[in-house]
Structure formats: structure tokens, C-alpha cells
Write a protein that binds this ligand. Structure first.
Ligand SMILES: *Cc1c(COP(=O)(O)O)cnc(C)c1O
Length: 221
């Protein structure tokens, strides 16, 4: 099936409250335009260089989400236009995003990334680390970042039980942080979890943003 057909299926299948990020990494601008012409406006990229190249070539009403691991020294390249950074996992990075957001006279939406998978390699915070950041004096001084919620990636496995448990864990983290730090902050509302292979489980467990690449654009090589 083509990009249009795939997208139409997602639009029909996704509940109204779940946002679809079309993950266009490694895919050409022509593919992004096909999706754009079907009405898709939110696209996700995971490399700063690739995103910086694509952004000026494509319509300006696209909302670009950065979904990869972001190095502090590269924040400046995407700060002027990025609409949501999914993978924030340190205070150092938050401070740099704040600094660059201020320079661009913007507030940048960010999600705190949590390590929920059993794999060692995945990036992300644990609950205690997040609490430490949110309680810190430096965090209190950060005014140009809006913490919009949490993000996580489940273990890459066919075992649905494992994946479900990890998504449940992320939802609990979200609830606990909401209670402790964001009770009266309505901006803290997003749970970014679910990819092509596990989004149905993620939505059942409370996802509000799914990040779908290959199921829309086809396999990456
Ligand atoms: C590549 C990527 C996705 C999309 O993966 P698919 O399996 O192609 O849907 C989602 N989230 C992140 C963080 C990614 O890097």
C-alpha cells in the first residue's frame, strides 16, 4: 500500500485524542509531501542535520517533532522552529534548550524521556532522576521550556506482555509526576509512546502521541 492509503487507515483507526507523528527519518521530501497533501502536519525526525536540511525545503505549517537523542551542542540548529522535543533526558539539555529558546524568543515544548525498556542501550531518565531535575534550583529558573509530558520506548520484542508492562510503567510515571509537580499545570498532558509495531498496545495503555514511521512510509533501509 502507498503512503496515502496507510495514512488514511491511521486517521480512521486512531482515536480523536491520539496525535499521530509521521516519522519521516531517512525518507525523501517527496514522501513527506505526499503525506502533507493528505492533511498530515506533524512529522518526526531523529537527526539534527537531516531535520535542518528538510525544514527549509518543506511547507512552513509543518510541525516538526524531534524524536531522537539530542546533543546539547546541536540544540541551536532546531530551536528556531522545532515544535516538540520528545527525548529530553538531562538538566544540561533542558538548560541549553531554554537558552536557545530564549534567543529565538520562543517557548519550546519538551517531553521528559524515561527509560522503560529492559534493554541497556535506550536513553532516558528514571523516576528519581526526573524528581531531582524538577526539584532543582536551575529548573526553577527555566522559563522558556514547557514540559508537556513524558516519552518512552518499549523493549523491541514480540512479547506483548513485556511491552504492555513497560507502557503501563510510563503511564504510572506520568501520573506520579502529574500529582507531584504538575497538578495545576494543564500543559503537562502528553504521553508519547507507541511505534509501528506496538502502537495499539500503547494506545490501550494511555498513549496520547504515537510515533509511526515504517507503517506509513514503508521500511527503512
Ligand atoms: C524511528 C522511530 C520511530 C518510528 O519507528 P517505526 O517502527 O518505523 O514506526 C518512533 N520513535 C522513535 C524515537 C524513532 O527513532
Amino acid at each position: 500500500m502507498g503512503i496515502k492509503e496507510n495514512l488514511d487507515q491511521f486517521k480512521k483507526a486512531l482515536l480523536h485524542h491520539v496525535q499521530l507523528v509521521a516519522v519521516s527519518k531517512t525518507k525523501p521530501e517527496s514522501d513527506i509531501l505526499i503525506a502533507y497533501n493528505c492533511g498530515q502536519r506533524i512529522f518526526g525526525e531523529n537527526k539534527v542535520q537531516e531535520l535542518s536540511n528538510k525544514h527549509p525545503q518543506l511547507p512552513s505549517d509543518i510541525e516538526w517533532h524531534f524524536i531522537g537523542h539530542l546533543q546539547s551542542n546541536k540544540v541551536k540548529y532546531i530551536a528556531p522552529f522545532v515544535s516538540l522535543i520528545h527525548g529530553v533526558d538531562s538538566l544540561k539539555l533542558l538548560k541549553e534548550i531554554n537558552k536557545q529558546a530564549l534567543k529565538s524568543n520562543r517557548t519550546i515544548n519538551c517531553l521528559l524521556q524515561f527509560h522503560i525498556a529492559s534493554e541497556e542501550t535506550k536513553f532516558g531518565l528514571n523516576y528519581e532522576e526526573a524528581v531531582e531535575i524538577l526539584n532543582s534550583e536551575s529548573f526553577a529558573l527555566i522559563k522558556n521550556v514547557n514540559i508537556a509530558g513524558v516519552m518512552g520506548m518499549a523493549t523491541y520484542t514480540n512479547d506483548e506482555g513485556v511491552v504492555r508492562k513497560e507502557f503501563k510503567h510510563l503511564k504510572e510515571i506520568f501520573n506520579d509526576l502529574k500529582q507531584e509537580f504538575f497538578q495545576y499545570n494543564e500543559n503537562f498532558k502528553e504521553i508519547s509512546m507507541g511505534m509501528s509495531d506496538d502502537y495499539t498496545i500503547a494506545i490501550e495503555e494511555g498513549s496520547t502521541i504515537v510515533r509511526i514511521g515504517s507503517a506509513i512510509f514503508g521500511a527503512r533501509y
